[in-house]
Design a protein around this ligand. Sequence first.
Ligand code: 9L2
Length: 843
Amino acid sequence: MAKQVEQVCVVKGWQEGPVIDESTLKDDLTRHFYYTLGRDKVGESQLYLYHALALTIRDRLVARCRETNKKIKQQKSRKTSYLSLEFLMGRALGNAVLNLDLEDQVSSALQEYCTKIETIEDAEHDAGLGNGGLGRLAACFLDSCASLALPVIGYGIRYEYGMFNQSMSDGNQIEQPDNWLREGHPWELSAPEHSKRIKFGGYVNSYTDKQGREHRQWVSSHDVLAVPYDVPIPGYKNNIVNTLRLWKSEATDEFNLTEFNAGSYSEAVAQKNLAEQITMVLYPNDSSENGKELRLRQQYFLSSASIQDIVDQWVNDHGESFTDFADYHVFQLNDTHPSIAVAELMRVLVDDYELDWDDAWQITTKTMAYTNHTLLPEALEKWSVSLFSKLLPRILEIVFEINARFLADVAQHWPGDVDKQRELSLIEEGGEPQIRMAYLAIVGSYSVNGVAALHTELLKAGLFKEFYALWPNKFNNKTNGVTPRRWLAHCNPTLSELISEKIGSDWVRDFAQINQLRRFYDDTSFQTQWQDAKVINKQRLVDLVKERCGVEFDVSMMFDVQVKRIHEYKRQLLNILHVIHLYDRIRRGDTQGLVPRCVLLGGKAAPGYYMAKKIIKLINNVADVINKDPLASSYLRVAFLPNYNVTAMEVICPATDLSEQVSTAGKEASGTGNMKFMMNGALTIGTLDGANIEIRDAVGADNFFLFGAEAHQIDDIKSRYNPAHLIEQNSDLANVMHLLESGHFNLFEPCLFDDVINAIKSPHDPWLVAHDFESYVSAQKQVDKAYADQAYWTQMSILNTAASGIFSSDRTISQYSDDIWHLTPLNTSDTDSTTATSKATKS
Ligand code: 9L2
């Protein structure tokens, strides 16, 4: 039998894989619809058509992915592995059709089914495997890596349940599980033959070999299987398709067998559940840690599976010599979440391949690179030593050894300074000893980067000051970016077409070219077209808001938008105070110069975040009162959009006039929503925080609405903070507080917002809401003034898009590659072999 298969295998062309004739998309769609899926009634449901189309496209992706992998092998490329607990991918169909340049073929094929891609797309669930900015950044990075033909593989977790679905009940957030795989996920291909065993629990033995060398052995562990599911990542019109490898946890067979043999059927089944729990659900906390054991299991599971995957491939190709390993591999750690990979690589090298500690450490510290995404103390990960010792006994030993050697270096650098050693130790003493994961990441990496200029400076001057003194060259900045494919070309076809008419369509590939738009900013007929495009996009959002919130927005009003995770530091509260202030003005008849606005807020609160949930309720109550008041309706409408996600943002950002980026200075590491809005021609009202600073620099201070305290002033302001006094001094703020305190927005729910009110009035409010209110309101007046002059506003809008070139994640990734990864792009000059092969077959 086996022999026969071998014979078949050498039949011509088979090693290259079967040939796809790419001109037959229509036939493939029909074949998948009728045969793969076994359907015959068109029009009954869009779901099967979506699946058939996804499979049709996937065939083309798989062919290119195989070619890409072949190139990586042939060109002996250095590779980056991007390790992240989150990949917030959103939908894949529209993006794949765009990147593979299949728009015309798809639309003509769908005509036969009397439908179009926009309708089919709605059948796809978002892949919501992330919380917010950090997860979406990972997704944008993958698009850019593939588009730049860089050999980068993403490693993540295939959560059975992604980010929860949010709905509203009486203005309160309700969380529902996101069963995104229910109807199948046509993009993935499982590769069980590449499964890895992951150890948990047990204990560590030592033994001495014949040469007298001591070895450590992690034994009696309860192993779990990591099964890979590969998702193709197409580059933009370059025939490169990279891979996102997502791991799913499963029980090992032998483990079950031992239990079965002991006659414990139910224990065996229970253990199976335990194993599968690891990848069951994404933790829904953005920028805050909760220290749950299962989360640590997820982190080690991802890190170990991914490290083993890369090392196994290495040993396959090169044997057990690791001398050159660091020349071919980089691991980029997306925050500290996978930082345990540092210790895991040491374990694999020292225990499994018997390298000396020093050799292994050399290799590790030449392959690991760490990105920090936050300065918030509550987000800095620490794990208790006792939990580590129970769950990962061998990893704990390795962390201790890394620490001992590191502290010896510290002693050398600062002789006799015991405090310094305590400060820098990977183990935080006092009470329950904790492992500081950021310190492990810094010590184990050759590169440490922040995600915007200010953020990196604050890291160097504050949180990581001592490490910066020790290793100044490790530290670097990589300002975030977003992919212009999804965030302009795909989500805003109307504006994209207009841009391409003016400057050609190469901006989609080379986004620096967007600056050519500058030439047209004062061209009045172009301005009119620009405005027309905005109206079309606003209509799409009007429909969405109507459907989801039951609120009527009006395209003739200004669209003022803040969508992001709900967090006190992001200050949705400041925004809603301004809304209340506008309402107060309307009620007082003070409407001189007031520009009619539709204010939209959206975002999810972590389920355990009490204040964030109160803020959602407040927004909903305020919206209710205002929307019901006929006096307000021609000036002000307010809505909270439930279940904000990637797909919603694709409708929201093209329609937005004013982008709200109002975090307390120094708290938002970068922000990336700010960049999506800018690309789509929104103007920003914002503080000097994160990437806002760079946005303002790029577009010019005249085209940005600035307000609020600056990062370097915050400590001083806090030291003499007196909100009661500020409220007394400012009648606008006093009126707003009076409306809130009188219960105007909670008439039948007494005391509902007391905690919110007290937070604003507290001299210890870390977010300084009352402090920034006055300058925020005055910046908003400037906004009104500017918007009232539509020609002027449109000019600024064009200039914003034109200046957004540097916020492409292609720029970010080029910098990662040049400064940290040192990758060589894959050769894309040859015609891709699927096309070549299909031509060859045809002739
Ligand atoms: O760098 C991507 C984003 C930044 O733009 C945001 O300013 O990362 C976000 C930043 N708030 C971030 N930092 C930390 C986390 N997310 C995070 C996410 C999930 C769990 C724990 C922390």
